[in-house]
Ligand binder design. Structure first.
Ligand SMILES: [Zn+2]
Ligand SMILES: [Zn+2]
Length: 556
């Protein structure tokens, strides 16, 4: 066998938050661990999701052997359809993760040709020069796995996301034994989750939220509206169990909530007590003291169930004074504004809103704090260490955390950003050549849950389709728009001065405003999103073009 080098090629998730993807190459064989997405910042208005640029893999398409998924969070699987539509490689992961992926592939008509392979913890798969063992870890989503990749040069461990939960709610323990075994035999390279490196001590067990939830159920004498990530099966189970104990029925709202509960129930990961479910259309006619509503949208996403409930624009639920609203999730940095706006709406409706940090907690993190990170470092005692999943400051801090292993076999740590590579051969490890990486903005056009084909909107497409600025002047006192909205455009050829299309588009915006509730109209974030969605649908139907649409709302 020729003397190849090993290359570690981060395609996303190093030096940035989200869109995790790591390519590992030995000679002419490449495997990819995770293909995640990132939710765009507010600045990227007009774009629904962001994925890594898989250009490196496309250039090496005949070398890519497999995609391995550690777990089912969006920042690890969200870009799978976009990768598979370019390179249809076999995918290996747990049944639950693959079930989530299947839904996505189905939406994009990619499922039929997909090669999905279910693996269980403990399974070993041989792919080219790599032998991959899947190892169960604990995290905020079920069926999370680390991978041990045995290569001709030694073993690479990729932890995926994890925390070391000593008392997981499903009693599936973190497989520390297998970690220790690999540690004893020698680990060439460790890549470990850095998300919570800033936190001292240990992350609380998922069971830590039970006391707070018990208190909430005990105290509430009216409707309970709880929002958590739809993938938090552990937490959904807790809510279902407490609802049964306290004699409440549970209604799920939001597409992702319904999808995930269905999948996890069918795989036996979520048990639904008999007769516990309440149909959404029966929420308002049921005794408020006997109802729990579980809604998606913890991050204030403008079109999510929870956001719509907040502005009283959901067909199944109207929150009333005395109801309790619980946000059981962390506030992802960048989303503060939208979340607080949503909480303000609930507070104005007279609801008691429970959110943020408190003791006992209403939410616990799924990522390891510094003591757990050290525990994993100590068990694996790698020769080389590459912190992953985090911004640069977190990667640097995680690298520093490993310094005590210098006398215990650690030769070097590397802090790399996406696109910077690591090379390992018989002489050691060093930084390698950079590979081209980047972000691809995708406009799924599915804001009203209508699924369309994949439309990849690289930002350079802007120059083809141009942009459109609807300008709405709202009277500060009446909250109404008194004149027809104006529309300014650049590079969008279909809008000639005075054209019929332009006039019709102005009417579309006016109709969106008219059909919105008073509460929505006072919320610029919601209005911008609604106007964008409606106008986008109209223009794409009339012109088959997708200009960037940025609504501007002025108070006059
Ligand atoms: Zn993650
Ligand atoms: Zn995760």
């Amino acid at each position: 066998m020729p003397d190849h080098k090993l290359q570690i090629i981060p395609l996303g998730g190093l030096g940035e938050f989200g869109m995790n993807s790591m390519a590992i190459r030995y000679g002419d064989d490449i495997i990819v661990v995770d293909a995640g997405m990132m939710f765009p910042d507010a600045e990227l208005l007009g774009v629904d999701i962001v994925t890594p640029d898989f250009g490196y893999l496309e250039q090496n398409r005949e070398r890519v052997r497999a995609l391995i998924l550690t777990h089912g969070h969006e920042d690890h699987i969200g870009a799978v359809p976009f990768l598979l539509s370019e390179i249809n490689v076999p995918v290996y992961s747990a049944a639950f993760t693959l079930a989530l992926v299947e839904r996505r592939l189905e939406e994009h008509s990619l499922l039929e040709d997909a090669k999905l392979h279910t693996v269980k913890p403990g399974a070993k798969v041989e792919i080219g020069p790599f032998t991959i063992e899947f190892i169960h870890v604990t995290h905020s989503i079920v069926a999370s796995m680390a991978v041990a990749i045995t290569t001709p040069l030694g073993v690479i461990i990729h932890t995926g996301d994890f925390k070391v939960d000593p008392t997981p709610t499903d009693n599936e323990l973190f497989d520390l034994h297998t970690f220790a075994d690999y540690g004893k035999r020698g680990v060439l390279l460790l890549m470990s989750d850095s998300t919570n490196v800033d936190r001292p001590g240990y992350t609380e067990s998922e069971r830590g939220v039970r006391p707070r939830f018990e208190e909430i159920f005990y105290r509430a004498d009216r409707r309970l509206v709880i929002s958590c990530f739809s993938s938090s099966i552990h937490r959904l189970q807790l809510i279902l169990d407490l609802a049964e104990e306290y004699g409440r029925k549970v209604a799920f709202l939001g597409r992702s909530m319904l999808n995930v509960t269905e999948i996890s129930h069918s795989l036996g990961l979520l048990s639904l007590p008999d007769g516990i479910l309440l149909r959404p259309q029966d929420i308002m006619t049921s005794d408020p003291a006997k109802v729990v509503v579980v809604a998606s949208g913890t991050q204030g996403e403008p079109m999510s169930a929870l956001s719509r409930i907040a502005v009283d624009n959901h067909k199944s639920l109207s929150v009333e004074a005395g109801d309790t609203v619980v946000l059981s999730a962390r506030i992802i940095p960048g989303n503060e504004k939208g979340i607080y706006r949503m909480i303000n709406h609930f507070a104005k409706r007279g609801a008691d809103v429970i959110y943020g940090s408190m003791n006992p907690p209403v939410h616990v993190s799924g990522h390891a704090s510094s003591e757990e990170l050290k525990l994993v470092l100590n068990l694996l005692r790698p020769r080389y260490f590459l912190p992953i999943h985090g911004e640069y400051r977190q990667l640097a801090k995680h690298a520093a955390l490993a310094q005590h292993l210098r006398g215990a076999g650690l030769e070097e740590t590397f802090v790399l950003e996406t696109g910077e590579t690591l090379e390992i051969d018989h002489n050691g490890a060093r930084r390698g050549e950079k590979v081209p990486v980047g972000r691809v903005c995708i406009d799924s056009g599915s804001i009203d849950e209508v699924v369309e084909d994949i439309v990849i909107r690289d930002r350079r497409h802007l120059s083809e389709d141009g942009f459109v600025l609807p300008i709405i002047a709202i009277n500060k006192h009446s909250g109404k728009n008194e004149t027809l909205p104006e529309i300014v455009s650049r590079g969008f050829m279909s809008f000639e001065d005075g054209s019929e299309l332009l006039q019709a588009a102005r009417q579309v915006v006016a109709r969106t405003l008219e059909s919105s509730s008073e509460e929505e109209r006072t919320d610029w974030g919601v209005m911008q999103e609604k106007i964008r969605a409606d106008l986008k649908r109209f223009l794409s139907k009339e012109t088959s073009r997708r200009p960037l649409i940025m609504p501007v709302i002025l108070e006059v």
